[in-house]
Ligand binder design. Sequence first.
Ligand SMILES: *Cc1c(COP(=O)(O)O)cnc(C)c1O
Length: 401
Amino acid sequence: MKPVDLLETEHRLGAHNYKPLPVVLSRGEGVWVTDTEGRRYLDCLSAYSAVNQGHCHPKILAAMTEQAGRLTLTSRAFHNDQLALFYEEIAALTGAHKVLPMNSGAEAVESALKAVRKWGYEVKGVAEDAAEIIVCSDNFHGRTLGIVGFSTDPEAHRNFGPFAPGFRPIPFGDAAALKAAITPNTVAFLVEPIQGEAGVIIPPPGYFKTVRELCTRHNVTLILDEIQTGLGRTGRLLAEEHEGIEADVTLVGKALSGGFYPVSAVLSNSEVLGVLKPGQHGSTFGGNPLACAVARAALRVLHEEGMIENAQVQGDYFRERLSGIRSNIVREVRGRGLMLAVELHPEAGGARRYCEALRDAGVLAKDTHGHTIRIAPPLVITRDEVDWALERFERVLTAGV
Ligand SMILES: *Cc1c(COP(=O)(O)O)cnc(C)c1O
């Protein structure tokens, strides 16, 4: 089919729950993707940071095809020879004592919320059905019914109710608000280290130190959703390392498979995941041997190929050079590692048109929250490729569209 026909068919048959940039991709390698007409683009989205390791990473591909030819799925009714190795490797990297493997990010979030509620009743001693979980405004944790019920974005939750009770939103980056919101029934605080979908919002310095202290003092489980910030994106394996803290529960997904396959995990101390007993939680595909083999390779190459350090080095350079672009439409450049954003003044007329202009120039980036261009290339990007992208950003941000 021709690209216009593919778009037409997608529009006719598909639910319209996305508004993609009009570009039809058919190949990817490293930071580059190619459309059906053979045009190449530098990918500055990385599938929302699921492709940190670069498109079609050869070592992950090899692990996947090897495992796919051997054994893909047993369900957890039986053991498989990959699960223990996955546990061992991710625990060694992150310091987790217990691991719960799931598939999508939203499932990891839901699983953690179930576990902390159960922990609240069985360990903390909260009265039946009284558990409260504190969340942040402008959060993004996924699209399931449970999660959108505590989203503060009207698009995400309007007309999807009624929702589960027991969630309480407070402003992000405001430790005093957390202190005021904690009650004896609070079992957890769920928060992103940097709010990604909200537009790469970095909390004030010291925020997470205070959050950690408050959670410890009040016996509240600190759940960090690192599904987007984790696995090298910010120049550290986990973004919590920038803050010098450790979460009680860490959620990873997206790049856990390098974009090959949905793999997510809840990582915790023994106390929280320890409350789950046979029959109380599960997933047919969670922890399957194919997912485990892919995730093991995806984790391995992050370190073997220096991607985390590269994210720090190229991210600092990218951010500095973006900040140096003289443009009257740019309000702010911010980010950490290769999780970057250019926020435009409202008068610029929205980020979408600039993303379309960038596409014409050979760079794929995504607008978020109206006025922000999010920039998150694969962590394998080289200095030359950053320069190549910068030239296009400079052209588009200074020439206008
Ligand atoms: C993408 C994302 C999720 C949801 O992951 P899915 O795999 O899309 O369900 C959850 N939390 C954060 C911070 C994310 O960026």
